[in-house]
Design a protein around this ligand. Structure first.
Ligand SMILES: *Cc1c(COP(=O)(O)O)cnc(C)c1O
Length: 351
């Protein structure tokens, strides 16, 4: 605590990202992709001239937005890009959720949402998951000041189909519904095609997980022109150039390489399902997942102790020290070799 901090800063509870360890560990704690970015990204990196860096980037990131629009089947004016989807989410909180009525979200979802609520003074209303740990879409009230959830949800892994999201949007028409699709490429169904029908739908996505570009910091939003304009107003009041020219060039290269993209996500999905079966054989309860992670618990072993035991054996997973998640571990999907090491370590711990 410092007397130099603004009063609101004293009240903040910052988000704590998964550890980036200094020692060599098998890193299954932050849902990074175990495969390298597309070969086209490497080529674009090699071809990028340092002289480009003399100039400011295009403040509208037009070329990147155009490439994304083509990929998503929408108009360029319906796409917004930012420095990671976390930044896009932060701008969306400012643009849409500072309302007199509270923002509705599931009790268990991405833990950055409550952090933004504090930062922007947004009142929060939470709704429990259903008995199978799925987001209960029917629980979100019509009078909400906004709705936000991840779909597929994190860290639970379940995703609702497009039809279910459409039914929610037929009911909630007076405020923005933000669907965070950070994991959609691992088996979920994107709600992006619905933005034509529902002017209050904002879908966000990221290059960090399925495109293996977490270090580049690229995220996006798709929505109606009026929502995108709202985001641009906030962005242009804060930072005109959130996406640098190198990130733009590499993002465009990534979008052009469909073959690599599909091969990587299929590999992750195959490894995920193989890992699920092996974990179940060890007695773990494993929630169904449409993401690149598994949320697991063991009826006989304490999750916090398993976390420590795994770390001692060189495997880093994620343990959330909250009432709802204390009994669980979130395990990111790595390569088959990495998952072999995980299973081997668990075999020695769970006996
Ligand atoms: C990883 C993640 C993000 C953030 O992605 P970045 O683009 O790396 O900022 C957003 N939402 C959810 C649910 C995530 O898991």
């Amino acid at each position: 605590m410092s007397k130099f901090w603004s009063p609101e800063v004293r009240e903040l509870t910052p988000y704590v990202p998964g550890e980036q360890p200094r020692e060599r560990l098998i890193k299954l704690n932050t849902n990074e992709n175990p495969y390298p970015p597309a070969p086209a990204v490497e080529a674009a990196l090699r071809d990028f001239s340092a002289d480009h860096l003399r100039r400011y980037p295009d403040p509208t990131s037009f070329a990147l937005r155009e490439a994304l629009a083509e990929e998503l089947g929408v108009d360029t004016a319906q796409v917004f890009v930012g420095n990671g989807s976390d930044e896009v989410l932060a701008l969306a909180f400012q643009a849409f959720f500072r309302q007199p009525r509270p923002l509705s979200m599931p009790t268990i979802s991405y833990s950055f949402y409550p952090v933004y609520c504090r930062l922007y003074g947004v009142e929060r209303r939470t709704h429990p998951l259903d008995d199978q740990w799925r987001v209960d879409l029917d629980a979100f009230p019509e009078e909400a000041g906004g709705v936000i959830f991840a779909n597929p949800n994190a860290p639970t892994g379940h995703g609702h189909g497009r039809e279910a999201i459409a039914r929610l949007l037929e009911r909630i028409t007076d405020s923005v519904v933000l669907v965070d699709e950070a994991y959609v490429d691992f088996g979920g169904e994107s709600a992006a095609p619905l933005v034509e029908r529902f002017p209050n739908l904002l879908v966000t996505g990221t290059f960090s997980k399925s495109r293996s570009l977490a270090g580049l910091r690229l995220g996006y939003a798709v929505g109606s022109r009026e929502l995108i304009e709202g985001l641009e107003r906030v962005k242009d009041s804060f930072n005109s150039y959130p996406v640098d020219s190198l990130a733009s060039a590499l993002g465009i290269a990534s979008l052009g390489d469909h073959e690599h993209f599909d091969a990587c996500r299929e590999a992750v999905i195959t490894t995920r399902e193989r890992t699920r079966v092996r974990l179940e054989t060890l007695g773990f309860q494993v929630l169904p997942s449409q993401t690149n992670f598994l949320l697991v618990s063991h009826p006989a072993f304490d999750a916090a102790q398993l976390f420590v035991g795994l770390r001692e054996r060189g495997v880093l997973v994620r343990h959330f020290n909250t009432d709802a998640l204390r009994d669980h571990l979130r395990i990111s999907i790595g390569t088959d070799d990495e998952m072999d090491s995980l299973i081997e370590a668990l075999e020695s711990l769970c006996r």
